[in-house]
Design a protein. Structure first.
Length: 221
């Protein structure tokens, strides 16, 4: 499976089977997470076989069941921490999707107190991503139109529209899709709208945009 296919097939999944993540899948996930940490300077942590974080009132209220694995997204406090966590978190999400796993970004509906991540001095936890073998593959979300998330003058090139379509496939908090992409020549600028977690959403959407548009076709402002 390639990244484009993974983007189309990824949907949030909240109920998981008891199949463990092991063998090559486990090794590949750990080394991919480490590579993301090296590239980003973040402190992303893959936590496997740990059922407590999702064994709480909040998690059940949020309709999660069978979650035993998650990725904690943390890093040094900084202005761009949230956007970076979004970008690199989604990198791991799509990598996991290509390996037959399912995921769900989770800001609220888990127990922070019970979760077993490590936050060093000066660091902050942004949120977690539940992962495992889903009981279902999830369903596609409702989406805004291209026009509501893009600013262009005249007819935009095909690569830009492909980037927009990819960004609209991205997971966002309560499916808010509060981001905009503006085209100027072959430079693209992006902006997060008002709303909870919208900077994380923007990081996620930017990763999707790059895959859809092709990094060779444009530069970020
Ligand atoms: C930053 C962020 C936070 C989220 N927090 C939660 C959450 O606390 N609980 C939950 O059930 N889903 C959560 N989600 C999942 C969204 O509801 C979901 O991505 C959105 O409805 C789009 O659906 P899709 O992921 O199936 O495409 C979150 C997603 C993002 C990106």
């Amino acid at each position: 499976m390639d990244l484009l296919k993974a983007m189309k097939e990824r949907h949030s999944v909240r109920t998981y089977t008891d199949k463990r993540i092991e063998g090559n899948v486990k090794e590949d996930l750990f080394s991919f997470t480490e590579q993301c940490n090296k590239d980003s300077g973040l402190h992303l942590q893959l936590i496997l076989d740990e059922p407590d974080a999702f064994d709480s009132f909040m998690a059940h209220y949020g309709k999660f069941s069978g979650v035993r694995n998650y990725i904690a997204l943390a890093g040094k406090k900084s202005r761009d921490l949230e956007e970076k966590c979004g970008y690199y978190g989604e990198k791991i999400v799509l990598y996991a999707q290509m390996m037959g796993l399912n995921t769900c970004w989770v800001a609220m509906t888990y127990s922070k107190g019970k979760a077993r991540f490590q936050i060093n001095k000066g660091e902050k936890l942004c949120l977690v991503i539940a992962l495992g073998y889903g009981k279902t593959a999830g369903i596609p979300h409702k989406s805004k139109s291209r026009e509501r998330v893009m600013n262009v003058q005249g007819t935009p090139p095909e690569w830009f529209l492909n980037g927009i379509d990819a960004a609209l496939l991205a997971p966002t908090a309560v499916n808010q899709q509060k981001f905009t992409f503006t085209l100027d020549g072959n430079t693209v600028s992006s902006k997060a709208g008002m709303g909870f977690y919208s900077k994380i959403d923007l990081g996620i959407a930017k990763y999707h945009f790059e895959i859809g548009a092709g990094k060779e076709n444009f530069q970020w402002k």
